[in-house]
Structure formats: structure tokens, C-alpha cells
Design a binder for this molecule. Structure first.
Ligand code: SAM
Ligand code: SF4
Length: 330
């Protein structure tokens, strides 16, 4: 079976799978306060349908699956699904991105199901600010989830913080200082434009500025090379004497499109070759109309043909935004 090589000679090895567009938080940069126009239940891909797509992708070289959402843990049966993903031949890495609200409850089951890689979103260490950003007063539950994951012994716990000017940029040093004693990866992610271009430009803060603030306010950032070429877009560093690592994801300022090795399966069964832009290929309808594996493989080829070379978003570019992170999974 031929590998998933796109028209710019990039090989797709990694698929992010969104289980649901629903969420138990309403982060202000991700969802409007009043909620969303949710996907109808019967438009969501069933777990069996997702596994079929993953099996086909794995036969063509995809080895890493990240389960995301919306909030993946709000969909019933998520733990069992993760176990099934880990059993697919060829899948050697299963990861999850979660807001950790339900993590304390599910961490042990997830570990037992084979999950080892956890990315946890956390944008403030201050309870009031966390409540304002997420429109949910539950910072304590997030920490309970993080501590439980560490107690159980998840080998990879990453905390992802979307940095926003005037919101949480005064906490950059506090976040980095978590790595003094905690064996975690603290990662800063550039804020991406979702629904409000002007607001985005005011709140956007680039990785270079974040790094400068860290070197001035905390200490030198020593590059760490762990030899994991497929680890993804983060660049990792360590503050001398600290046990954890600090990473940076330059989604905008220095995008990593030329090495992009991923596609995204949305909760309603479309494959998106790029986080930005609305191009997608509908697998759900094909599956429900009885497509054969060969026909679904043709759809994968279509995805490869339309995968763009780069998103080309800059502060100066004409307005160009993501549709919604909740259905695509970030
Ligand atoms: N609910 C889970 C969570 O929050 O971790 C998984 C889904 S969430 C859409 C995945 C990631 O997308 C989160 O780390 C979130 O911070 C990030 N995200 C959402 N909107 C974003 C934006 N406008 N810019 C940058 N990252 C964003
Ligand atoms: Fe929910 Fe994650 Fe979006 Fe926040 S970022 S609203 S937790 S899906």
C-alpha cells in the first residue's frame, strides 16, 4: 500500500481525531459564550466508522493518533475507543488533548487502556482568570486531573498554554516555574485567529517575545534535543536546574507547514488536510453509502492532492481565519 505522500512530498504519519464538537468549557477564544450550533448526533462518526478510517490510514503509514475534540472525555465510550485505537495494527502512539476537567475521574482507566501521551490545556494559574477565559470556575479540577496523571505515572504530560496579550502574558514566568519541580513539558502556543480578526491581532503575542520574557524574567533557555523527529512542531528547552521542559509552538510567526505530517478527522467525518481553510473531504457520506476500502483510499489520495503548501497567515495578511477549533480539534 502506498504511503500518504502529498503533492509537496510531505508524508502524512499523524492523524488527529476529534470525537465531538461538544465541550464542558467555553473558552473565549474557541467558542462563543452562548454555545455553538452543535453537530446533530447522527452526523457524528460512530466509533466503528472512526476505527475503519484509522485502520486504512495505518495501512498507509500513519502511526500516531491524537484524540481531541471539543472535549474528548465528554463523549461516552472515549476510553474504550482509545483502547481500540491502540490495538490497530501500525498505530504505535496514541495521545489525547484534554481540558482535564474530567481527567481525575478517567486518568487510571485511560492509562489502563494504553494512553501514555497527555496534552492538557491550561491558560491561567489564577482561579479568577481561568474562570474568565474558560467561562467555568473549575481550575481546581484541572489541577486534580494533572496531579492524578502524574501520580499514575503517565510518561508524557504536556501543559499547553495559549498566550494572549493582556490576558495571561503576565503569567509566563509562573508557568515556566512549574517546570522547576514538575517533570512536565510546559508549552506556549501562539494564539490563532478563529472568529474575530481585529481582536486576534490585538491579543496575539509571538513566540519570540515570549522567549525574550522568559530569558529576562526566569533564566536561560537551553535547547533540548531528544531525537524524536516526529514529536511535532514544538521546540524544547530547559531552564538550567529545572526538571521539566519548556516548548514553543510557532503556529503563526514561524509556521511549520513545510514539515507538516498531519491531517485531521473531524467529529462529523471529514478529513481536513490543513487546520486553516475549509477544504475537506467527506468520508462519512462515502462510508454510509457503502464505499469499499479502495474507494476510501481514493478519498485519502484526494486529501493529499488538496493539502496546501502553507497557511500563509501573518499579522499583515488579509483576513483569514479558522472556522472553529471545536469541530477540528486544534
Ligand atoms: N478541549 C480540549 C482542550 O482544550 O484541550 C481539546 C480540544 S481544543 C480545541 C485543542 C487545543 O486547541 C487546545 O489546546 C486549545 O487551547 C487550542 N485552541 C483553541 N482555540 C485556539 C486558538 N484560537 N488559538 C490557539 N489555540 C487554540
Ligand atoms: Fe473546550 Fe478545548 Fe475549546 Fe476550551 S479549547 S472550549 S476546553 S474545546
Amino acid at each position: 500500500m502506498t504511503e500518504l505522500v502529498d503533492s509537496f512530498r510531505r508524508t502524512v504519519k499523524y492523524m488527529r481525531v476529534s470525537l465531538t464538537d461538544r465541550c464542558n468549557l467555553r473558552c473565549n477564544y474557541c467558542m462563543p459564550a452562548w454555545g455553538m450550533h452543535w453537530m446533530e448526533k447522527d452526523t457524528l462518526l460512530s466509533y466503528d466508522e472512526m476505527i475503519r478510517v484509522i485502520e486504512l490510514a495505518a495501512k498507509r503509514g500513519v502511526y500516531k493518533i491524537r484524540v481531541t475534540g471539543g472535549e474528548p472525555l465528554v463523549r461516552k465510550g472515549a476510553v474504550d475507543f482509545i483502547r481500540r485505537v491502540g490495538q490497530v495494527e501500525g498505530i504505535t502512539e496514541v495521545a489525547m488533548t484534554t481540558n482535564a476537567i474530567l481527567l481525575k475521574q478517567y486518568a487510571q482507566e485511560l492509562y489502563d487502556a494504553g494512553l501514555r501521551h497527555l496534552n492538557i490545556s491550561l491558560d491561567s494559574l489564577n482561579a479568577d482568570k481561568f474562570a474568565a477565559i474558560t467561562r467555568g470556575n473549575q481550575l481546581e479540577r484541572v489541577w486534580e486531573g494533572i496531579n492524578e496523571a502524574i501520580r499514575i505515572g503517565f510518561p508524557s504530560v504536556k501543559i499547553n498554554c495559549v498566550a494572549q496579550k493582556g490576558t495571561n502574558d503576565d503569567e509566563i514566568a509562573d508557568f515556566v516555574n512549574l517546570t522547576r519541580d514538575m517533570r512536565i513539558d510546559m508549552r506556549f502556543i501562539e494564539f490563532m485567529p478563529v472568529s474575530d480578526w481585529e481582536n486576534w491581532r490585538k491579543r496575539y503575542i509571538g513566540i519570540e517575545e515570549i522567549q525574550q520574557r522568559i530569558t529576562e524574567g526566569v533564566g536561560e533557555l537551553i535547547p533540548v534535543y531528544d531525537g524524536d523527529v516526529a514529536a511535532g512542531p514544538a521546540e524544547n528547552f530547559r531552564i538550567p536546574g529545572y526538571v521539566g521542559r519548556v516548548g514553543f509552538i510557532h503556529a503563526i510567526s514561524n509556521h511549520f507547514c513545510d514539515t507538516c505530517n498531519r491531517v485531521r478527522l473531524t467529529a462529523d467525518g471529514k478529513i481536513r488536510p490543513c487546520l486553516f481553510g475549509k477544504i475537506e473531504v467527506d468520508f462519512r457520506e462515502a462510508i454510509r453509502e457503502g464505499a469499499t476500502d479502495a474507494e476510501l483510499n481514493d478519498l485519502f489520495d484526494e486529501v493529499l492532492q488538496i493539502k496546501p503548501d502553507a497557511h500563509n497567515i501573518t499579522m499583515e495578511s488579509p483576513e483569514k481565519m479558522l472556522t472553529s477549533m471545536t469541530s477540528i480539534g486544534g
